[in-house]
Design a protein around this ligand. Structure first.
Ligand code: ADP
Ligand code: ADP
Ligand code: SF4
Length: 605
């Protein structure tokens, strides 16, 4: 066994903690402690792993929950590829790219996916855990001698591979890339396919815009298009679906497959429907986020995603999650939500300065979760505001008293919150709501989302993903009649998405409230929605909200519009997009069944 001691230096606050970790670390036989303050770490502590006895006292004593101490078997340690520094994250193994195939990577946030992508792009030379010398490729090539990876890395090191990397944080592009979209796209078009790519990715709405003014979704499409135009051998896409609605996710997936044929392609993605659609193979990364990550062998896409959900990797004989995630296999009709109507509405119309929303009559029952699907800027938020009494309809009449709405907006900003620290927020919410104080909320929401580690942090210190999780937990902890969660899945990983789904269902059930969940991840909608409201129209011009329909009927209408068909996976019940023109795709279209169980389930790959 090898001991790993990791200190999260972002959390560590030696000026505020009385140095509890050092104070309580037991003195060993040679009269020293395993932990001491280090000049090289700006006066923060370091732990000597060879001296540490693994007593766990520092882990418990640290008020900022900055320390993790764990043991790993020697055979895993032998696969160590990179360590960022003393007491930092360790990465074991790498996914081997396959020429002419799309390799998907799935795993929690902070588990080493971006680190691996940086190594495979040549941006980061791995140090194999040796922190004493400047890293070089020679020992890495030696490390991989006799493996398939050697071929890829040799070409990379010998500059025989040209690599493009679509980075995860596309918002950074605004800072570094100056100019107009059309000029840049034409300039980077090395293969003479700018017009085709422009059409596939649909850049029309921002073609004449300056990069500085692009929205998140436009930046994402611009970055993907710019990558596809390069005459490269390896294409690395880190989270290509962020900020995009379902239509756009499918468009960019098709574009990536179309314009990267016969190349090495690697995709990191948390939207399982998209990951499944776009990839040929999958590697699962598991471990402890922020502490260590281990890359699994490469599985065929169907098996890989299923193994990830079931939580067991057969080739490694490794359990990676205590409970499997299994989806309901068949359409959930509106049964069991019979405690009575919560709210109903007639046909409504609302005009907002150049935008018109028409809503078909409908109703929602107590304890029900309604999924909302449709493009961005189609009137989803406007609809909720009408129901909640925040806006008056121009046509139609709503007899609701003002309902209490807890709203997690699409874009979460720190200014939205009146509290200074995470702890302060939950203390106050706990005083006003029993549910927020319950063991269930503390264990199944706060701890599962790892928010307990952030308690002493200021809200303005949280990263994008942390802020999103915090905002979701605050929205659910607030006592309300209507929960409106606009894109809860943005910036969070698959495990967290499914934790959030479970929490939303429980909150509306216990409070006899209702939730409207807008999301572009169809795995999330399938998991959470009792029924769905489909929005269609022309974004920014007019929107139509159809009446709530059961999942099967609603998704059928939605998928028909998208021209894709879904089947159910045999092992996990998860929805999967059929390959265009495959037997099932053609068959399901011919009988008008765009969603749900396939009449013939294909064999597991
Ligand atoms: P993922 O892409 O799966 O979210 P990353 O590869 O970005 O994960 O990061 C894995 C871990 O490595 C995280 O805990 C992160 O904080 C840490 N890390 C990333 N970059 C650095 C760095 N330059 N120095 C120290 N730690 C880092
Ligand atoms: P979604 O929630 O589907 O993204 P919204 O309901 O937020 O869509 O907005 C629909 C359209 O109405 C958008 O084009 C938006 O710019 C416009 N809009 C929203 N609120 C207002 C307002 N108060 N005044 C004018 N236009 C608005
Ligand atoms: Fe203080 Fe924890 Fe940092 Fe130790 S690890 S110095 S106890 S904050």
């Amino acid at each position: 066994m090898v001991r790993i001691a990791v200190i999260d230096y972002d959390l560590c606050r030696p000026d505020k903690c009385n140095l509890e970790c050092i104070k309580f670390c037991p003195i060993n036989r040679s009269g020293s402690k395993a932990i001491e303050l280090s000049k090289s770490k700006d006066g923060k502590p370091i732990i000597y792993e060879l001296v540490c006895v693994g007593c766990g006292i520092c882990v418990k004593k640290c008020p900022y929950k900055a320390i993790t101490v764990t043991n790993l078997p020697d055979e895993i340690e032998r696969r160590l590829i990179h360590r960022y520094g003393v007491n930092s994250f360790k990465l074991y193994g790498l996914p081997t790219p396959i020429s002419g195939r799309v390799l998907g990577i799935v795993g929690k946030n902070g588990i080493g996916k971006t680190t691996a992508v940086k190594i495979l792009s040549g941006e980061l030379i791995p140090n194999l855990g040796n922190l004493d010398v400047t890293p070089s490729w020679e020992p890495v090539l030696k490390f991989y001698r006799g493996s398939e990876m050697l071929q890829y890395l040799s070409k990379l090191v010998n500059k025989k591979l040209r690599v493009v990397h679509k980075i995860q944080h596309v918002d950074l592009i605004r800072k570094y890339v100056k100019g107009f979209v059309k000029d840049i796209i034409v300039r980077v078009d090395e293969k003479g396919i700018a017009n085709e790519v422009r059409k596939y990715v649909n850049l029309d709405s921002c073609w004449d815009s300056s990069v500085a003014t692009l929205s998140g979704g436009e930046l994402q499409k611009f970055a993907i298009a710019a990558a596809l135009l390069r005459d490269a051998d390896t294409f690395l896409f880190d989270e290509p679906s962020s900020y995009l609605d379902v239509y756009e996710r499918l468009m960019v997936s098709r574009a990536i497959r179309e314009f990267t044929k016969n190349k090495y392609v690697i995709i990191v993605e948390h939207d399982l429907t998209i990951l499944d659609y776009i990839s040929d193979y999958v590697s699962v990364v598991y471990g402890d986020p922020g502490v260590f990550g281990i890359f699994s062998k490469v599985y065929s896409v169907g098996s890989g995603v299923n193994n990830f959900l079931i939580g067991y990797l057969p080739s490694e004989n490794m359990r990676i999650r205590a409970e499997p995630i299994v989806f309901d296999r068949f359409g959930r009709e509106v049964v069991g939500k019979s405690e009575g109507e919560f709210l109903s509405w007639p046909n409504l119309r609302k005009v907002l300065d150049g935008f018109e929303l028409s809503v078909k009559a409908g109703e929602v029952r107590k304890g029900e979760v309604l999924g909302i699907v449709g493009p961005n800027a189609i009137g989803k938020t406007t609809f909720i505001k009408l129901l909640a009494g925040e806006l008056e309809p121009d046509e139609g009449y709503l007899t609701t008293n003002m309902l209490r709405v807890s709203h997690k907006p699409q874009y979460v900003k720190t200014e939205l919150f009146k509290w200074v620290s995470v702890e302060e927020a939950f203390k106050e919410l706990c005083r006003s709501s029993q549910l927020a104080c319950s063991d269930w909320f503390q264990n199944d929401v706060i701890k599962r989302l790892n928010l307990h580690k952030l308690f002493l942090r200021g809200i303005n210190e949280l990263s994008g993903g942390e802020l999103q999780k915090f905002a979701i937990a605050v929205a659910l902890a607030s006592d309300a009649d209507i929960y409106l969660l606009d894109e809860p899945s943005a910036f969070i990983d698959v495990d967290e998405r499914l934790t959030v789904c479970k929490a939303i269902k429980k909150v509306v059930e216990v409070r006899k409230a209702v939730a409207f969940v807008v999301d572009h991840d169809l795995t999330v909608i399938d998991n959470i929605a009792d029924r769905v409201i489909v929005f269609n129209g022309v974004p920014g011009v007019f929107g139509n909200a159809l009446s709530p329909a059961n999942l099967k009927h609603g998704m059928n209408v939605f998928l028909k519009d998208l021209d894709i068909t879904f089947r159910r996976d045999r092992r996990t019940g998860r929805p999967r997009i059929n390959k265009p023109y495959s037997y099932l795709d053609r068959y399901q279209k011919s009988i008008g069944e765009y969603f749900y169980e396939s009449p013939v389930e294909e064999a597991e790959e």
